[in-house]
Structures are given as C-alpha cells and as structure tokens.
Design a protein around this ligand. Structure first.
Ligand code: ASP
Length: 346
C-alpha cells in the first residue's frame, strides 16, 4: 500500500478490545497489541505511518487512576510534534473519566486525541472493535487546509464522535454504549463522516500546548437519596484531608432542606472545603435558586456545576485542586469552561 505522510500514534492502555478469556478463571484479561493488529489486517490499507505504544501492564480500565492519565498525557506530549493525531485504546468503563482528565491536562490542544475501545473483544466474530478502531484512526488523521479537523480529546464509539468531557457511559450491553446528553456529537458516521464544524472547538492560532499534570485526589462524591442518613453524610464530610465534595443532587440541583444537612455542608465550607453541586440527571443543568430546595445550598456557598457530567466534575475538581492553591481560584475555574465541559462562558 502506498504510504502518505500522515502519522498516527496508537496508545494501547487495555480494555475489552484487546482481551481474551483466561483459561484458568474464565474471566476476560487484557493481552498485547499484536493480538489486536492481527485481527485488523485492514490497518495497512490506510497507507498511514501507524505506530503504537503499549502500556506495561495493560489494564482493565477499572484500574486506571491519575497516574495512568499522566502517563497517557506524557506519551502524547512527548510525541506531539511527530504525529498528526493520537488514538487511545482504552476500556469503556472509565473511558469518559480518562478523556475528561486529558481534556483538562492538554490545554490548547491542536491535534486529535481519539479514545476508543469496544464492548466485545476484537477476536470475536461480532466485535465492534474493528470498526471503532478503523474509524477512530480515520478521524485522528482527518485534516483540512493543513490543520486537524477535530483538535479535541474525543470518544469515538459506534458511529458517533463526542467530546470526551461531555460523554458518559450509559450502557453495559449495547454497542451504542456512550452518550453526550448536553452537547451535540462532533461527528456522525454513516456512509460518510459528517463533521459538525460549528460544534468543534479550534484553538487560537499560534497557541502553544500547555501540559498540566497535577491532580489532588482529596475529593469525594456524595450521591443523595431520599432517606439519606446524617451519620453517613457526616462520615463523608469528615473524611480526613477532604478538600472537595461533589454532591450529586436531584433534578436541577435540589437537595433536602433539613437543618442538619445544610448546617453540615455549611460547616465543611466554613472550614475551607469546596462543595460542587452536580445533578444526578443524565441531561440538563443545575440551576441553584430555581427551587427553594437549592436556594439554601446557594446561600451556604455551594458551587453549581451547571450541565457537567459526573465524570468531568470529579476529574475537573481533582485537576483544579492540583493546579491552584487558593480555594477562590478553584471556585472561579469550576464556574468556567476549561475545555468545553460546561455550557456558557463563566
Ligand atoms: N472492563 C472493561 C474495561 O473497562 C470493559 C470494556 O473495555 O468495555 O476495561
């Protein structure tokens, strides 16, 4: 196959796409990248310079944490000038967390970073991995007038390209496993790849890639439910060294108005903590003050998360706590889109 000059780096971190059944336990375990390429001989037909990096060890994505996000971002930064785009092969379970984290780490990104994986291992006849991988590579390579068509951290899965930090995994069964409830797809794939140019973010001309690699994991998520017990809330709030607490609230950011609940939250804020209000709903936005049941949160100093996903909220909070010393700065940037993760300007 005739080569053209396009170079793509595939970063294989693990996930179902490269898994096989362990003979002893019967469970799915990840294996090497060669196993994937053996099942996709079509890769040669692109004519691109395709290179790969395999993480050691490759992981089920449940075992991925900030140290692996840093390793992924470092691999991209180190190879940034040598490649036109990057494809990250990753387990689907925490893919939206990793894609969100990388979107905050790689400021002014001007090249595509496309996460993909599969619901069925690549060795199976009905696998979705082959199509996902081939199209992710095609999107990572897509250029117009000398510039990348989608210079963002995205997830490509089952015919849809979505912004990584807007995406959430919603199905453990369907090939159509991901959803971007509050932001339109960046591209839709059928006979053609239809790019939604108006929804894609392009960096300012001549801006330089800035790499942020600090995370502070002193955060927690408290999902509210009717009947929530004070002992439980206080155990979470009194977690040692806790700096940032996400409360997953009802509807448009509502929570119980019990006195003990509001007092406990206020006390955490008064001793320097940050509380970030993110809705449990899969679509829509937090609007504090709309109902009586969120007005008190606002008065206590809780910060509204607008239409952020749960995955983007926790990675953004860890990122900002790692990046800024002052609570005021963290609160200021929670309210502003860093990489298109929330709607509006801030
Ligand atoms: N458990 C797998 C993972 O996230 C699931 C998948 O890849 O679909 O690594």
């Amino acid at each position: 196959m005739k080569k053209n000059n396009t170079s793509i780096l595939i970063i294989y971190t693990g996930g179902t796409i490269g898994m096989v059944h362990d003979r002893g336990t019967g469970s799915l375990v990840p294996i090497d990248f060669k196993h994937i390429t053996n099942h996709v001989p079509e890769l040669d037909k692109f004519g691109f310079n395709l290179h790969s990096v395999t993480f050691n060890p490759v992981k089920d994505s449940s075992n991925i944490d900030p140290s692996t996000w840093i390793k992924m971002a470092e691999t991209i930064v180190k190879n940034y000038d040598r490649y036109d785009g990057f494809v990250v092969l990753h387990g689907t379970d925490t893919m939206a967390y990793s894609a969100s984290a990388l979107s905050f780490m790689l400021e002014n990104l001007a090249k595509p970073v496309i996460f993909t994986g599969s619901q069925l291992p690549i060795g199976l006849l009905r696998t979705d991995g082959r199509e996902n991988l081939l199209t992710a590579i095609e999107i990572a390579a897509a250029r117009e007038k000398g510039a990348a068509l989608v210079p963002e951290v995205c997830i490509y899965f089952d015919n849809e390209l979505t912004r990584g930090n807007r995406t959430t995994k919603y199905s453990a069964e369907h090939f159509d496993a991901f959803n971007s409830p509050n932001y339109p797809p960046l591209a839709e794939v059928g006979l053609h790849i239809k790019y939604n140019y108006d929804d894609i973010h392009y960096p300012a001309k001549n801006s330089k890639l800035v790499f942020h690699k600090s995370f502070d994991t002193n955060v927690a998520i408290l999902k509210l439910f009717p009947g929530i017990n004070r002992n439980f809330v206080e155990a979470v709030i009194n977690t040692m060294k806790l700096k940032g607490l996400i409360i997953e609230t009802f509807g448009s950011g509502n929570a119980p108005t019990y006195k003990w609940f509001i007092d406990d939250l206020r006390e955490f804020i008064d001793r320097g903590g940050i509380i970030y209000n993110v809705t449990q709903c899969h679509g829509g936005s937090v609007e504090m003050g709309l109902y009586e049941t969120s007005r008190e949160l606002l008065a206590a100093g809780v910060v509204g998360g607008r239409d952020i996903t749960s995955e983007a909220s926790v990675t953004k909070l860890m990122h900002l706590l790692g990046r800024y010393k002052s609570k005021q700065e963290v609160i200021k940037y929670l309210g502003k889109p860093l990489a298109g993760e929330i709607s509006g300007q801030g």
